[in-house]
Design a protein around this ligand. Structure first.
Ligand SMILES: [Zn+2]
Length: 167
C-alpha cells in the first residue's frame, strides 16, 4: 500500500490517499451513514464502533480499521487529522461532519487573571471570623495575608468603621 494513516499525536497529516481509493472509502462511508434526519441533525453510523467504552465509529478498508470521523474529515477537507472531536451531545455514533471539530471542546478556556488583593471584599462571615481572630490575638497583617484582603479594609472592619451591624 502506498499510503498510511496518521495515528500518532503530532496532529500532522500523514495520509496521501490516491483519489480513487479516497472515492471508494467515501462511497463506503456514505452507504453506512444514516443521514435521514436531515443535514444539520446527527447522522447515525450504521457500521461498527470501536469496542472501547466510548468507542468511535470505525470502518474496515484496505486491510485496516479507520476512524470514520477522521476519514470524513479527510474526505471533506483533504487532510487526515490525528484526532477529531464531536461537538454534539446526542447520538453517540454521530458522524455528521457539521458536528465535528479539531478543537477539544472539553479543554478548559484560559482562566482570567486573579483580581488584585484590594478587590477582594469582606463578607459578614469573614468579618465575624476576623473579629474572632483578633480576640485570639491574630495580627492584622496575618489576617490580610490569610484572607487576601487589604490591611486597611480589615482594620476599618475591626474598628467598627465598617460592618457596624455585624456582631
Ligand atoms: Zn451529531
Amino acid at each position: 500500500m502506498g499510503f498510511h494513516n496518521g495515528n500518532g499525536s503530532s496532529g500532522k497529516t500523514r495520509a496521501a490517499l490516491p483519489p480513487d481509493v479516497l472515492a471508494a472509502i467515501a462511497a463506503r462511508v456514505a452507504v453506512l451513514t444514516d443521514a435521514s434526519a436531515g443535514p444539520t441533525a446527527c447522522h447515525r453510523w450504521l457500521g461498527s464502533m470501536h469496542p472501547r467504552a466510548c468507542g468511535w465509529p470505525r470502518v474496515h478498508f484496505a486491510g485496516r480499521s479507520w476512524s470514520v470521523r477522521q476519514l470524513q474529515w479527510l474526505i471533506a477537507h483533504g487532510t487526515l487529522p490525528a484526532r477529531v472531536y464531536r461537538t454534539c451531545d446526542g447520538e453517540p455514533s454521530c458522524v455528521n461532519q457539521r458536528h465535528m471539530t479539531l478543537e477539544n471542546p472539553r479543554k478548559k478556556p484560559p482562566q482570567p487573571p486573579r483580581p488584585p488583593r484590594w478587590q477582594k471584599k469582606l463578607s459578614v462571615r469573614r468579618v465575624k471570623n476576623l473579629r474572632r481572630a483578633r480576640a485570639h490575638g491574630v495580627r492584622v497583617v496575618e489576617m490580610a495575608r490569610r484572607h487576601n484582603v487589604d490591611e486597611s479594609t480589615i482594620s476599618r472592619a475591626l474598628r467598627g468603621e465598617t460592618w457596624k451591624w455585624v456582631t
